[in-house]
Design a protein around this ligand. Structure first.
Ligand SMILES: [Zn+2]
Length: 273
């Protein structure tokens, strides 16, 4: 007599095979999603970099400052306020005048600090930091007399850090080692303000959940890598510790190293343990 249906053993074998295939495939799906997020971040930072490079064309080939103070508070900057003070415009605003897309300021693997002070719900610092060695702040200008750099001043634009995945909206090797501002860190770098890797600063943060900042600072993004946009507009994924100890990339105009970099062995003498 012909048998109908399956035996229990046959069903169990089929279920076991499906379970094994699922166990093999699920991690692959997770990796594919992570790869997609990494690609999105790479695209974001490239667009932001291109925004700054377009800015150059309109401003005598000079990069914008990382922030400007004493802006008129009744004029909303391009893309809205990224800082919690309405008198301050940041480099994101100068880039936004060209890219016109506020979503690209957030890395989907990262933490984006959000300001709530002054009743603002701004994107605040975003997920990307601009190098203070190209975009010089008003404070740096007052101390050193050095304005934001021109393209012509860069010895090798393809080696000069412009933007990178960052805990703060500006980035700078010595400041990340001796942070003076909360969330001044390089995601995943082993040398973030040791010991605790930025701990003092995320604890001091008043604008976001400490656990999110801690995860971003310690675990990093993109399987431990970060995206870096160089001053010629190309983007590369790098390990954060190797980003730190490239003095020529932090000091793209050559000459004596900036005081903080020269004084900090972490910025010039990697790699680290
Ligand atoms: Zn990212």
């Amino acid at each position: 007599m012909r048998r109908k249906g399956f035996t229990l053993i046959e069903l169990l074998v089929v279920i076991a095979i499906i379970a094994i295939l699922a166990a093999i495939l699920f991690p692959v799906f997770a990796q594919a999603r992570a790869a997609a997020r990494s690609t999105m971040c790479s695209s974001n930072i490239r667009q932001l970099g291109l925004g700054l490079l377009m800015y150059l064309q309109d401003y005598d080939e000079r990069f914008p400052p990382p922030y400007t103070e004493n802006q008129p508070t009744n004029v909303t900057p391009p893309g809205g306020y990224f800082f919690f003070l309405t008198s301050i415009w940041t480099w994101q605003n100068f880039s936004m005048a060209y890219v016109k897309n506020e979503k690209i300021h957030e890395c989907s693997e990262g933490y984006s600090e959000r300001a709530t002070r002054n009743g603002l719900k701004a994107r605040a610092h975003g997920s990307y930091g601009a190098s203070l060695h190209i975009l010089r702040s008003p404070i740096d200008q007052a101390v050193t007399g050095r304005a934001p750099e021109t393209v012509a001043a860069l010895i090798a634009p393809a080696d000069a850090y412009l933007l990178m995945d960052s805990g703060f909206y500006t980035t700078d090797c010595p400041r990340m080692q001796n942070a003076v501002v909360h969330s001044f860190y390089l995601p995943g770098a082993k040398q973030n303000n040791r010991p605790g890797r930025g701990q003092a600063y995320w604890q001091a943060s008043t604008v976001g959940p400490a656990s999110d900042i801690a995860r971003d600072a310690v675990s990093g993004r993109h399987n431990g890598g970060i995206h870096v946009c160089f001053a010629d507009g190309h983007v590369k994924k790098m390990q954060p510790d190797s980003v730190l100890w490239k003095p020529d990339s932090w000091n793209p105009t050559g000459g004596a190293l900036p005081a903080g970099v020269a004084a900090n062995p972490t910025c010039v003498a990697g790699p680290f343990q």
